[in-house]
Design a protein around this ligand. Structure first.
Ligand code: BMA
Length: 370
């Protein structure tokens, strides 16, 4: 067995990296331990063992030529195991929709997240909200949105507060069989160093971005949620130096994970450029994590359609093995968008490479977490 067992419950008394969340000496009963601290401790344990969890977006919802089949997963079909992490997106919860922006029902997400947690898995969440000013989607950069939504007392400020509140309410509905909140990672306002989202670089000043992130955190706290591990996740665009990485950092009080989103797109750029991007953005995240006492993670990565058959072993792994990341998440295997997949499915030529990656002593899938 290559796998080492890291039980969720046997990690002892917990102290998180955010000063505001540190458990007090008197705080030793299981019930008084904030559940975010339990997850923080598990992620730190992975890092200190030189291992990293593998995550996949929408893993059990759909994959190559299937959707919503019980117990199905392209990762499981290839390796016999689920990813350690199920990654999900909450886009459209702000509009009180039943399904998210990729048509995944929120009830399905809730049920699967709770199930995954009950068997020792971890859940992480991003959020692609609509543009509150224009009504367009996250990629609609019109409307000078962040400046407007953070202006106290304005209608847009009311809207964003309500939207964030709905996101918090969903995360607050993730409860185990005993009614206890399950811990999750949330990485709002991701890839802000890129220019494609309304909260992105050319549409938002660093101070405005920080205010938006802090507002989000404060609304979750006002609602009493103690199950959220907060990730900061710049994209590799405009993220080649530490200064760029930290430019819009909301502050130690608000962040637990220094993340980076670094894709290899379709692989056409070549391996050297991917290595450079990783060194720039993940390297900066690594320095930031060390200097600020935070967890390091590759919050999103992947090579769309895996044109390089040994991408996991020959491209991804060599570029992460020297960084103490707690986890890496790769994006979704769409059933409707041709060639939009990031893990091999059964029969794909990259299958063997992915099994080799699975068998590395450093990689952690669900069975390793039990
Ligand atoms: C992108 C693509 C889109 C999807 C979006 C939000 O990377 O996968 O198809 O709608 O993420 O999940």
């Amino acid at each position: 067995m290559k796998h080492i067992v890291i039980p969720a419950v046997a990690l002892g008394v917990l102290v998180s990296c955010s000063g505001n969340k540190a458990a007090t000496a008197a705080d030793t009963s299981a019930d008084s331990i904030p559940t975010d601290s339990i997850l923080i401790k598990r992620l730190q344990a992975l890092q200190s063992e030189g291992k990293f969890a593998f995550g996949h977006h929408d893993d059990p919802a759909y994959g190559f030529r299937w959707e919503y089949q019980p117990d199905s997963s392209d990762v499981k079909n290839v390796t016999g195991d689920y990813p350690a992490i199920f990654d999900w997106d909450l886009g459209m919860i702000e509009w009180k929709a039943d399904k998210n922006l990729d048509d995944v029902p929120f009830d399905f997400i809730r049920n699967q997240a709770i199930l995954h947690d009950s068997r020792g898995g971890i859940n992480t969440f991003s959020w692609h909200p609509r543009n509150p000013v224009t009504g367009g989607n996250s990629w609609d950069v019109n409307g000078d949105v962040v400046a407007q939504v953070i202006a106290e007392g304005t209608p847009y400020n009311d809207s964003i507060k309500a939207w964030i509140g709905r996101t918090a309410d969903f995360i607050g509905s993730l409860r185990d069989a005993d009614g206890k909140l399950i811990p999750v990672v949330f990485r709002p306002w991701h890839e802000h160093t890129g220019e494609w989202f309304w909260w992105g670089k050319t549409n938002t000043s660093p101070d405005q971005y920080k205010a938006l992130y802090q507002l989000t955190y404060n609304i979750f706290k006002e609602k009493g949620l103690d199950n959220v591990v907060w990730a900061y996740s710049p994209d590799k665009s405009n993220c080649t130096t530490y200064e760029q990485y930290m430019e819009s950092y909301p502050g130690d009080e608000y962040v637990d994970i220094m993340g980076a989103d670094v894709y290899h797109f379709n692989g056409a750029e070549g391996n050297d450029i991917f290595a450079e991007w990783m060194k720039g953005c993940l390297g900066a995240a690594d320095r930031a994590a060390k200097e600020h006492g935070k967890i390091l993670a590759l919050t999103e990565s992947g090579s769309e359609a895996l044109p390089i058959n040994d991408w996991y072993m020959d491209v991804l792994y060599p570029n992460i093995k020297d960084y103490p990341i707690a986890y890496v998440v790769v994006w979704r295997n769409s059933n409707t968008k041709p060639n939009h997949f990031y893990t091999p499915y059964k029969g794909h030529p990259a299958e063997k490479d992915f099994i080799d990656f699975y068998n590395l002593p450093q990689t952690v899938f669900l069975k390793d977490l039990k």
